[in-house]
Write a protein that binds this ligand. Structure first.
Ligand code: ATR
Length: 283
């Protein structure tokens, strides 16, 4: 263990007490033997601007930003990556030559999770169906566009939000009615749930996958529970599935590298560790 200055980073959100990011970064810090800390910062929206302005006074190398601050974080940056600019939202902040930089690593995390969980998934995927139109959907659509998925269709309970997101995403993004969701399944090569439906404490997504082709990949950004009813239904009928935990793990990689100077790897051991926390085996 090195005995020099402690390098510090963390996650800022409101609420933030359920964030699993400290487990992930804590694991990597220990693996590399880095003298560092990663803590949770619960900051109300009205205090966020002050928090960001005083990051270096607080001794922080940078932070992850979660709900509800990702848009405010983007506005507070000196410099942003193209990806963050496109999404107008940032979840990873760091200093470079005295300037506050920001990126949005949610789309990186989403793509890396599918690449690891179902390698080659994008080779024949022409059509993606996105359920939901919030911030997560926005990042995922940007990721799918990077991989040149030809047809992306958004369905959302509130249609206007889907229309807004389609407009903002540009390109070939279509909108369909939530009530016609089942019809959209027929032509989908990839189905992504970005809504909170299926999360523990929330209602389930009430959808029969009967019209879906057997090779279509089904994924969920919900990871508590690890296997949502949507994923279970897909698995039982033989579809390939990728759960949402890997997105959380992979989105953390770039931040760790910026703050602590080493590029970490998402290992099975890390996944099991976070799974144990989710299932309550570890407190
Ligand atoms: P995030 O930024 O994490 O994506 P969000 O902006 O709150 O979070 O988005 C949550 C998504 O879940 C939205 O698409 C929301 O639909 P609305 O735009 O209609 O609110 C969707 N969602 C939440 N509860 C839902 C429900 N009971 N039925 C259908 N969709 C729901």
């Amino acid at each position: 263990m090195n005995t020099g200055t402690i390098l510090r980073a963390g996650v800022v959100g409101h609420p933030v007490k359920h964030s699993r990011s400290p487990i992930i970064h804590g694991y990597w810090l220990e693996q590399f033997g880095i003298n560092g800390r990663y803590d949770r910062y619960d900051v109300k929206p009205e205090d966020f601007s002050h928090f960001v302005k005083t990051l270096s006074e607080q001794g922080l190398q940078g932070v992850n930003v979660t709900i509800p601050h990702k848009e405010a974080a983007f506005l507070a940056l000196d410099e942003a990556t193209d990806r963050a600019r496109r999404l107008k939202a940032a979840n990873t902040l760091w200093f470079e030559n005295g300037k506050l930089w920001g990126d949005n690593t949610d789309s990186i995390g989403f793509l890396a999770n599918l690449d690891q969980g179902h390698p080659g998934w994008d080779i024949n995927a022409k059509s993606a169906l996105i359920l939901g139109a919030g911030g997560a959907a926005r990042a995922i659509i940007a990721g799918l566009q990077e991989r040149n998925i030809e047809k992306i269709t958004i369905v959302n309970r509130t249609r206007e939000r889907a229309e807004e997101l389609a407009l903002m995403s540009g390109g070939q993004v279509a909108v369909a009615e939530w009530s016609k969701l089942s019809f959209q399944l027929e032509s989908a090569d990839l189905v992504v749930n970005t809504t909170s439906l299926g999360m523990s404490g929330q209602p389930d997504l009430d959808l029969s996958l009967d019209p879906l082709g057997k090779n279509a990949l089904v994924t969920d950004i919900v990871y508590v529970p690890l296997e949502t009813n949507l994923l279970k239904q897909a698995r039982l009928r033989g579809n390939p599935v990728v759960d949402g935990l890997g997105m959380l793990l992979h989105q953390a990689v770039p931040g760790f590298e910026h703050w602590f100077g080493k590029r970490p790897v998402v290992t099975d051991e890390l996944r099991y560790l976070v799974e144990d926390h989710i299932t309550g085996i570890r407190a």
